[in-house]
Write a new protein. Structure first.
Length: 429
């Protein structure tokens, strides 16, 4: 038994309510269960209940046991003086408010449908990564599509909040924000933090001012990444270092330490120097990516303008001064481009459009994701044998949100599929 389950039962009145009585025998009628409160204070606010001949307008606090009232210290908290009814699974003691006033309790122990309780306990107690996986063949296919649509919008809204926080950090400069977001995207998880630190240390206006020069753009990126602090017998390295030493003095730049970069257990294409070189190449080719994606929100167009290759030097290097035996590709691959559009461009457009009052363009953004391939990673593979649609990036983004915030945390009651299973509705006919 969990408080979350009791909240769900109370909110939806999913318990046997015939001849309700409080623990002291008073007739009880629930007129309005109240508004679910996710902040500090009682669990449900502004409830209306009738106890005996009196109608109460107040709050409802829910616990597994009555004694939890004291265990949580509510008897010392003024916020709980307005509690009109205490709802518990098991009534194991009498409780009082802060001022020593007793109040009514409703025990639900013998009023919960057994099938519902058993199904819920099976889900939250399951050792499976997807607790509901063995039962998914019972669900109507339309439920999966509806759930994924909800999850996709939820994911975009969550990312929007993060992007608006970055915009505020950048004093309202959306171009600076895009620069930072793009840098984080180029981290591709293995070096996300290092790329973010580098971008924060390098003002976008400085990059934009020198973006017409490929050498100076690369010098700024590598220099602020802390990669130009040594003495190397390498012409390309020394050319960048010479430019950077001048620009660093001119703009009073402070580089991050090279220690921030992860150099271990990486695929060659994800080596930091290669990604930094590709990032610099994109800044040189498209210095104002925010304007370009706002003017042309098309996956085809964006992939075309974002298709860049690192400086030819990197065809024979993964690190400065260490030449490889065989040459290798240094172009930004299609998979990487797709990930940048999914994780950077689409969330940026969504945040900007909502900020600008252009919310009607959501379908356009979903269409962009529909035109990109399904993301194949450890988390999305968990859904491989389920009936969930797995056709495009819009599907994979939805499943990532579902897994991270519902499946992993066993928030089955907040998931429409989990709720259908618990309540035995929405099943296949």
């Amino acid at each position: 038994m969990t408080e979350a389950f009791l909240h769900y039962l109370w909110k939806n009145r999913l318990f046997h309510s015939l001849n309700l009585k409080t623990t002291d025998g008073e007739p009880l009628k629930i007129i309005f269960p109240g508004y679910h409160n996710t902040d500090a204070g009682p669990d449900f606010k502004q409830a209306i209940v009738q106890i005996g001949d009196l109608r109460w307008a107040g709050d409802v606090e829910i616990h597994i046991r009555s004694s939890d009232w004291y265990r949580h210290g509510h008897q010392h908290d003024d916020k709980y003086l307005s509690v009109a009814l205490h709802v518990v699974y098991e009534h194991d003691c009498e409780v009082e408010r802060k001022k020593g006033e007793p109040f009514s309790t409703l025990e639900l122990k013998d009023r919960i449908p057994h099938d519902m309780l058993r199904q819920y306990e099976n889900l939250v107690g399951s050792p499976l990564r997807l607790p509901c996986e063995p039962l998914l063949d019972q669900i109507d296919p339309l439920q999966f599509r509806a759930l994924q649509s909800t999850m996709l919008v939820q994911r975009l809204l969550r990312k929007q909040k993060h992007i608006l926080d970055i915009v505020r950090e950048c004093d309202g400069d959306w171009k600076e924000a895009m620069f930072r977001l793009l840098a984080v995207g180029f981290g591709f998880k293995t070096n996300t933090d290092a790329f973010e630190l580098m971008a924060k240390s390098l003002p976008y206006k400085v990059v934009a001012k020198h973006s017409d020069s490929a050498v100076q753009t690369a010098a700024l990126v590598f220099g602020q990444a802390g990669m130009l602090q040594k003495n190397e017998q390498d012409d390309y390295y020394n050319a960048l270092k010479g430019e950077y030493d001048y620009l660093r003095y001119k703009y009073q730049l402070i580089p991050i330490g090279e220690r921030h970069w992860n150099l271990l257990r990486l695929r060659p294409s994800n080596f930091p120097c290669v990604r930094l070189a590709q990032f610099a190449a994109l800044l040189h080719k498209v210095p104002d990516l925010s304007t370009e994606c706002l003017r042309h929100p098309s996956t085809t167009y964006l992939k075309d303008i974002m298709s860049v290759s690192a400086d030819p030097y990197w065809k024979n290097h993964y690190h400065f001064g260490k030449k490889t035996i065989l040459p290798h590709g240094v172009a930004l691959g299609d998979a990487a481009l797709s990930l940048l559009i999914v994780n950077v461009i689409v969330p940026f457009l969504f945040a900007y459009q909502r900020f600008s009052g252009e919310e009607t363009k959501l379908e356009e953004l979903v269409s962009m994701l529909d035109n990109l391939p399904f993301e194949d990673n450890k988390k999305t593979r968990i859904f491989k044998t389920t009936p969930f649609p797995m056709q495009s990036a819009s599907d994979s983004q939805a499943l990532l949100e579902l897994f991270q915030f519902y499946c992993m945390t066993k928030h089955c009651l907040d998931c429409s599929v989990g709720e259908c299973l618990v309540r035995n509705r929405g099943r296949k006919k």
